[in-house]
Ligand binder design. Sequence first.
Ligand SMILES: *Cc1c(COP(=O)(O)O)cnc(C)c1O
Length: 372
Amino acid sequence: MSSLDAFAEKTLADLDAKTLRRNLVATARGAGAGVVRGGKALVSFSCNDYLGLSLDPRVIAAGQAALARYGAGAGASRLVTGNHPPLVALEERLAAHKGKEAALVFGSGYLANLGLVTALVGAGDLVLVDALGHSCLFAGAQLSGATMLRFRHNDLDHLRGQLAARRARHGRVLILTERVFSMDGDRAPLPDLLALAAEYDAWTLVDDAHGLGVVEAGGRAPLEMGTLSKTLGSYGGYVCAARPVVDLLTSRARSFVYTTGLPPACAAAALAALEIVEAEPERAARPLGLARRFTARLGLPEAESPIVPILVGEAPAALALSAALEARGDLVVAIRPPTVPAGTARLRVAFSAAHTEAQVDGLADAILALRA
Ligand SMILES: *Cc1c(COP(=O)(O)O)cnc(C)c1O
């Protein structure tokens, strides 16, 4: 066996021993939060398609029309010939939705954060990241070469202490947080955080991957980024900011400049989805309403977003609970370290406008019975 293959096998065996190996499962999604997995039909509580828009006929038709008219791919990077009309229209609409002067679409949310953070800060600067921030926020901070510190999750006293102790020693300071935290479903205290940042002339980036279209409260940061792949049901990432900031990123964000533009169908589908988000507020309110119905039934603190964590502790127990729910027809994938901190393996329940009240109540009652 080659040393490469031996390295892979040994590392996988170590992961197996800790129940931390990950495996792909072929999954076909369908209407009404249904999925077929391993030949079995299940109701999914593990999709980020909060408004069911990835399967909405209007969104699909918009993608198909752009595919037929502009082709399967962008053909080049945005700065060469890949800046096709659906992307231009989408950026205008995203900026308007966020109340910003401009928007820039990237290949994905992950790429947006890498490009954004590295274009705005570097050696000598400081990045302060919420401890429960998404992997790509940490990756961007590390790649930038700036000094990186974590502040305790949503702890503004800790953040204030870091700013007071360190601000004067650094040129630019960037704070990275999320409107809705992806694995906990709670929200950042944005109005107070933005006021604190302003006191210290620190810039704030809010990752809105799980907020756009479903939880919009909390004010706007100077840098609002997110993804086209969750509520907007498509694929891609974006940032909205003032015009000079977006112009700077257009020239300097490496994950924007040196990569091919998003396919026309992705941009057109996301634009159609954003139009539905704005036109149908009752649909946009539904996932949070269902999450609150669920937390009330389980006696949990009231949900702040469509994401509700059921904390279990160790990975094997989380996998066992997930398997028991799957046996009765509910798909709630277990989330394990390093996606979440050690000892906090959990089920992450995500509600969608496509769920029925009966499906939500059925899941709550099954969890109550299994944990009794
Ligand atoms: C999903 C997610 C991203 C990445 O977005 P993609 O478009 O899927 O790359 C970034 N930040 C957070 C908080 C996310 O949940």
